[in-house]
Design a protein around this ligand. Structure first.
Ligand code: ASN
Length: 289
């Protein structure tokens, strides 16, 4: 990583935390070990990989490294209204270096009780535009190159029309960031049984790939357990979370998570996400520190 990239990363972190604080979000600190975590399954983006469970046994406990803080976000937001967290995510996803996956990365994850899908997508769009403006006005990125992002709405595509191949093609063809909605995936994203639509979304940046994902959330016990079983997952892996769901301690909410290193890779125009980490954590690359 060079000094310009670290300045861009610093701006990204400062901009995101400042913007969400000004919107009334409370700042939660991350949790790295937990009895429950995001299963990352089923998810079409994970079809090509086998996510590994990294488990730590200590003090008679069986803890996992967090894949994401989605389930903690749901639990926290039910009590605090609006929260964000900058959380390290450990995921063994890519089989080989592909320039876009790090096995440890940071997510800016936010969640709000009072928001729905449309509001979160608006927030994501506002944040990407705001970042482009901040970086370009600060002389860190070319206004000519990133100025296009500021023009026009981000297009929205339905996953049902695209499939994974369509998404890959659009990533190469689109000139602006775009949304993909209605993605059949993990149990916590809201599925409307009447319309057969998922109330969720991914945000893609041109030439690179997905930089943010999120959704409206499920909160009903029967539906959540049914979806866990349908996804081939074990109910035992989510016991403390399911207890909260059963007690009505998980409430409807919506949110998303932005991949910090991916945002930095995009805005810095890097060839490889490894350059967006001071100490890269990339498959099959020697970890120096
Ligand atoms: N951060 C994502 C969300 O809010 C979850 C994830 O990263 N798997 O839905």
């Amino acid at each position: 990583m060079d000094a310009r990239t670290l300045r861009i990363k610093t701006e990204v972190l400062g901009y995101l935390s400042g913007t969400f604080l000004s919107k009334g979000y409370l700042w939660m600190l991350p949790k790295v070990l937990s009895p429950i975590t995001d299963p990352l399954w089923p998810d079409p983006a994970e079809q090509k990989t086998e996510p590994l469970e990294v488990e730590v046994r200590t003090y008679g406990l069986r803890l996992r490294l967090t894949h994401s803080m989605i389930l903690h976000k749901q639990a926290a937001v039910s009590r605090f209204g609006r929260i964000f967290v900058l959380s390290p995510n450990v995921r063994i996803e890519a089989r080989k270096p592909d320039g876009w996956h790090a096995f440890e990365f940071t997510q800016f994850d936010f969640e709000a009780r009072d928001l729905r899908m449309k509001d979160v997508m608006e927030t994501l769009e506002e944040v990407i535009r705001g970042l482009a403006r901040r970086l370009c006005e600060g002389g860190l990125v070319s206004c000519e190159e990133y100025g296009g992002i500021l023009k026009g709405d981000f297009p929205v595509y339905d996953y049902a029309d695209l499939g994974e191949e369509g998404v890959d093609r659009l990533t190469q063809e689109e000139e602006r960031p775009f949304f993909v909605v209605n993605i059949p995936r993990e149990f916590y994203d809201y599925y409307d049984e009447e319309t057969g639509e998922w109330h969720n979304y991914d945000l893609y940046v041109p030439g690179y790939g997905e930089v943010a994902s999120g959704g409206e959330r499920e909160w009903e016990y029967e539906k959540i357990t049914r979806k866990i079983l349908k996804g081939g997952l074990k109910v035992e892996n989510f016991v403390p979370y399911l207890r909260m769901v059963k007690n009505g301690e998980i409430m409807p909410s919506a949110g998303a998570g932005l991949g910090i290193e991916r945002l930095v890779t995009f805005f810095s125009g890097l060839a490889d996400i490894a350059e967006a980490q001071v100490f890269p954590r990339i498959p099959y690359r020697e970890v120096e520190l």
